[in-house]
Design a protein around this ligand. Structure first.
Ligand code: GLY
Length: 572
């Protein structure tokens, strides 16, 4: 009898242990770390740090190493945003977002009847915005870098020349996009379905481009031989970017969005990215609720988070655009009373229908659009996180927009061109590839930057560096960063577990909660459906690919490299 009881007890213990997800820590290092979409890029960044470089040096090298190893999103032909925090506590942000060419116009993607022409803003040379990446990394380096450019590019050039090993996931992507890349380019490019997993991928043309940039500096890309080749190529393919567009491009320093959440201070990207502002709205609307009591991915927590997301994305669609072209009411949108009012209809009994939600009304605000701004007067997605051995941190999200951008591959230069023009609102009320709506604040105008959702973010706790975080994922970027921060702060998860946890997303319209398939409990899904939520598990099967670093109590660093990709943390 006794033996039987022990056996039952033993089974109970086994059974209950099975239910508890094991807690796992990511890579722990003492001094410094780089987490990015590719191990080779993280390693190059970390090696630069080990040579005595700082986070901005590592940023330069990591960004270019991603262009070599991760042409899906790593780029020379795209743009990005960087948020930094120095070891002194100084914070700032750099905007190297692409811009609309001078010849762009509001209705350039509409037909004579005013309808959006399918694919025109997403595929091929006409979809390309003026690239900002090279300006971005040089601008950051100019202000904060410490090692010579040749030192930073040397290992990257070697990587492009000697090659890297194609992963299974990478090969799958080559297969998936092969036909469209071939169709756009009129022939097979370097990136194609016949490049198998485990093969060595070399990019000699890119190595040559990088050598010229190493020798001649930033202007090689915007005014030199590379610029000449790029403009000729784009024009031959039906693009409108001119040498003047390239020569005019400048990255812009911006003041980041800064807000408090409990004992955290969150520093994130300001417009022209909607990331920081939306994140702030969502977090401030969530803060009054005791989400830690509800539990991670519990019914109640999801209800609160989703409701806040809907309200923020409704505001986004109306108020946000390039701050150089439209007056964005940042303070009013973050006002405590305003945000409390936005949540006043929230109920745990049923969802607030999206069609009953609109952007909020702001007192004493009139939108002013400068759509005829003169360029003479105008001075001018993958994520990686870096913490250096001096305590400086950078969060960088960089993108071509779609997978391989516009799919247009500049063969002689060795890189893809973005399709970032699709992030403008081609026509108010017509969604872009992410299903996001935009208004006149984000209408196309020459030299304007298109609205982004990129959310490179740094978190302080009690005034000290605490987390560096960000992700790709278009419209789901903001909500993925939001969930990752809450996973650590509210739900006590490790960095590793926080980035790998199942994710969901709501963006107001369409009226649905996107959820990663097979990762949420059936009972939870039923409960949500019974309350009236529409669940979509097919539209975005992978939500975000978060790469983050957490500073632990003892000062060591924990990396969170998302299992959804080939992401890797490297450090020392
Ligand atoms: N292209 C994606 C974003 O900027 O949000």
């Amino acid at each position: 009898m006794k033996i039987k009881l022990y056996f039952i007890l033993f089974l109970c213990i086994i059974f209950s242990c099975k239910k508890e997800a094991p807690i796992t820590r990511g890579l722990i290092t003492k001094n410094a770390m780089v987490v990015s979409a590719r191990a080779e890029a993280s390693k190059i960044g970390s090696d630069i740090l080990e040579q005595g470089g700082n986070a901005f040096d590592a940023m330069f090298a990591t960004e270019m190493a991603l262009a070599v190893t991760y042409p899906y999103a790593g780029n020379l032909g795209g743009g990005g945003f960087m948020v930094y925090r120095l070891n002194t506590g100084e914070t700032g942000a750099l905007d190297y977002r692409e811009k609309a060419p001078l010849a762009a116009s509001r209705d350039m993607y509409l037909d004579s009847l005013g309808n959006v022409i399918p694919n025109k803003s997403t595929v091929g040379a006409y979809a390309v915005g003026v690239p900002g990446t090279i300006a971005g990394i040089f601008t950051a380096h100019e202000r904060f870098g410490s090692l010579p450019i040749e030192t930073l590019l040397k290992p990257v050039i070697a990587l492009a020349e000697n090659g890297f090993t194609v992963t299974k996931k990478q090969h799958k992507r080559f297969m998936k996009y092969d036909s469209i890349i071939t169709a756009v380019n009129g022939k097979t490019t370097l990136v194609n379905k016949d490049v198998p997993a485990q093969s060595t991928f070399k990019n000699v043309a890119l190595a040559e481009t990088l050598k010229r940039i190493s020798k001649h500096g930033r202007d090689e890309f915007y005014k030199g031989e590379t610029a000449k080749q790029l403009v000729a190529f784009l024009s031959e393919k039906g693009g409108i970017i001119t040498s003047e567009d390239l020569a005019l491009y400048e990255a812009q320093w911006r003041d980041p969005i800064r807000f408090a959440y409990d004992d955290l201070t969150i520093i994130s990207m300001s417009p022209p990215s909607s990331g920081g502002l939306c994140l702030a709205q969502i977090m401030k609307m969530t803060e009054p609720f005791d989400v830690s009591q509800y539990g991670q991915n519990s019914l109640e927590a999801i209800q609160v988070m989703v409701e806040a997301e809907k309200q923020a994305y409704a505001d986004r669609s109306y108020y946000l655009g390039d701050p150089d072209f439209v007056n964005i009411p940042v303070d009013k949108l973050l006002d405590h009373t305003y945000l409390n009012n936005r949540m006043q209809h929230f109920s745990f009994d049923k969802p607030t229908p999206s069609d009953s939600i609109s952007y909020g009304t702001l007192p004493n605000y009139t939108m002013e659009i400068k759509d005829n701004i003169s360029y003479q007067e105008h001075n001018e997605t993958t994520h990686y996180s870096i913490v250096d051995q001096f305590g400086n941190a950078v969060a960088v999200t960089t993108t071509l927009n779609g997978a391989y951008g516009s799919k247009l591959y500049a063969e002689n230069l060795g890189f893809f061109l973005n399709n970032e023009m699709d992030d403008f609102s081609s026509k108010p009320g017509v969604p872009n590839v992410y299903g996001l709506l935009g208004g006149k604040a984000n209408a196309i105008a020459p030299q304007k930057r298109m609205l982004s959702a990129m959310t490179p973010t740094i978190v302080e706790k009690n005034g000290e560096l605490y987390m560096v975080v960000g992700t790709p994922g278009g419209s789901t970027i903001i909500t993925s960063v939001f969930q990752t921060i809450l996973n650590v702060h509210e739900f006590g998860m490790t960095m590793h577990d926080a980035v790998n946890a199942p994710r969901f997303h709501h963006q107001w319209l369409p009226e649905e909660i996107r959820m990663e398939p097979n990762r949420f409990d059936d009972t939870l899904l039923e409960q949500l459906k019974n309350l009236g939520y529409t669940i979509n598990e097919t539209r975005t099967p992978v939500i975000g690919k978060v790469d983050a670093i957490l500073i632990l109590n003892d000062g060591t660093l924990e990396g969170g490299a998302d299992y959804r990709g080939d992401d890797a943390a490297v450090g020392f």
